[in-house]
Design a protein around this ligand. Structure first.
Ligand code: 5GP
Ligand code: MN
Length: 340
C-alpha cells in the first residue's frame, strides 16, 4: 500500500505522537516539525515536539515554537517523562540515527510506529513508513505534499504555511540553490495563497540580527577569514574565545558561511567552529563541488551536494590543517568558469 494511505489508516483515530528533529535544528527541521505538530493537533492527536539541542533564537517567533521540548543536557528518563506514552514517532528532516543525537535511543523503541519525513540521501532502514523525496528542496516541501494529500489544502492554515515557508526559504538559501525547482516555486505560491507574509517572514529570518551578531560577522570577515584563491575556497575559523567575546547565542553563527561563498570566484565556503570539545563544520558549495562527500568522507557528516556539515574531535588547528590538505589534494572538482 502507498505510504500515505498506511499513515492515514494508522492515524485514523487520535494517537499520542512525538516529533523528533535533528540535532542543531535548522529552519527546515524546526519549521517542518512545527507544521506537522499543528496539522496533527488539528486532527485531534496529542503531539509533543522534541529538539535534541537548542534551536536558533531567530526561529523562536514561529507558531507553537514555545511548545517544543528541548532535550539538551537531559537524561533519558527525563526525556521519556516528557513524551511517554507514545504510539507514533515522526523523524523530521533526517533519516540516519546518528542525526537524532541524544534522542537516537528513541528510534530503537520497537513498540511505536516510526515515520520519516525527509529529503536527505541514503535513508537508514529504521522506520516503518518512509515519506521521502530526494528531489525536494526541503523537508517542508515533502510535508506540504503530504498534508495536501492527507487532509486537503484547506487544512494548511496560515500558521502551518508559515512554518513550511521558512523551511523552504532557508533550505534553498533564498531560492538560490539549484535544488530550487518550478515545483518549489509552485508550492511557495500555494503557501502564499494560504496567507504567508513572505516579506515579513524574510525580515524576521534574515534582518533581525542583534548588534552583537552584526559586529561578530564584521570581526569574522576581517579577522577570521582564510582565502585560498587558487583552490576557489574561503573559510572562517571561529575560536572558543570568539563566542565569549561576542556573547554568541544559539544560531548566531548561522549565515556566516554564506559570506565565504559570496566572495567572487569561490566554489567552496566553510565555517570551522570550536565549541566545547568538538569542531563543527558547515560547508557550502557551488555547482559540482560535493560538500556532502567532503563532510561524509572526512568529518563524520553529510547533507546535500551544496550544503553539508560534519564534526571533528581533533583540535581546531589540526582540523584546519586537515581541511586545507583535503582542499589542496585536488581530489574534488574546483573548476571555475565565468558561468559558475
Ligand atoms: P549547516 O551547515 O547549516 O549546519 O548544515 C547544512 C546541512 O548539512 C544540514 O541541513 C544537514 O543536511 C547537513 N548536516 C549538517 N551537519 C551534519 C552532520 O553532522 N551530519 C550529517 N549527516 N549531516 C549534517
Ligand atoms: Mn532540510
Amino acid at each position: 500500500m502507498h505510504a500515505i494511505s498506511i499513515l492515514k489508516e494508522q492515524l485514523a483515530s487520535p494517537k499520542r505522537v512525538a516529533i523528533v528533529m535533528h540535532t542543531k535544528p535548522d529552519a527546515d527541521a524546526f519549521g517542518t516539525s512545527l507544521a506537522l505538530a499543528l496539522f496533527l493537533r488539528a486532527q485531534g492527536h496529542m503531539v509533543q515536539v522534541i529538539a535534541p539541542t537548542h534551536y536558533p533564537n531567530f526561529l523562536s517567533w514561529l507558531p507553537a515554537a514555545d511548545t517544543v521540548f528541548v532535550a539538551e543536557n537531559e537524561d533519558e528518563e527525563t526525556i521519556m517523562q516528557h513524551i511517554e506514552p507514545i504510539d507514533v514517532l515522526f523523524c523530521v528532516d533526517f533519516s540516519t540515527t546518528s542525526r537524532a543525537g541524544t534522542l537516537a535511543f528513541l528510534l530503537q523503541k520497537t513498540n511505536v510506529l516510526k515515520v520519516i519525513i525527509d529529503h536527505h540521501t541514503e535513508p537508514e532502514d529504521f522506520a516503518d513508513i518512509l515519506i521521502w523525496d530526494i528531489k525536494a528542496a526541503a523537508s517542508a516541501q515533502v510535508a506540504f505534499e503530504l498534508f495536501k494529500e492527507w487532509g486537503g489544502e484547506e487544512q494548511i492554515t496560515k500558521d502551518i504555511a508559515t512554518c513550511l515557508y521558512v523551511g523552504i526559504l532557508t533550505d534553498t538559501n533564498s531560492f538560490k540553490n539549484p535544488n530550487t525547482t518550478a515545483q518549489t516555486h509552485r508550492i511557495v505560491a500555494e503557501l502564499i495563497d494560504r496567507g504567508v507574509d513572505t516579506a515579513g517572514n524574510q525580515r524576521l529570518i534574515y534582518d533581525n540580527k542583534t548588534l552583537n551578531k552584526l559586529l561578530f560577522f564584521s570581526f569574522a570577515v576581517s579577522q577570521r577569514l582564510v582565502v585560498l584563491p587558487e583552490f576557489h575556497t574561503a573559510y572562517f575559523v571561529i575560536q572558543k574565545e570568539d563566542y565569549k567575546r561576542y556573547d554568541l547565542q544559539n544560531g548566531d553563527t548561522e549565515g556566516l558561511v554564506d559570506y565565504a561563498l559570496s566572495l567572487k570566484g569561490t566554489l567552496l565556503g566553510a565555517v570551522l567552529k570550536e565549541k566545547d570539545d568538538t569542531i563543527y563544520l558547515s560547508l557550502r558549495s557551488v555547482g559540482d563541488v560535493p560538500a556532502n562527500l567532503i563532510a561524509k568522507k572526512y568529518f563524520q557528516g553529510g547533507g546535500h551536494k551544496n550544503a553539508a556539515g560534519g564534526t571533528s574531535k581533533f583540535s581546531l588547528t589540526e582540523t584546519v590543517d586537515h581541511f586545507e590538505s583535503i582542499v589542496r589534494s585536488g581530489q574534488f572538482k574546483f573548476q571555475y568558469t565565468n558561468e559558475t
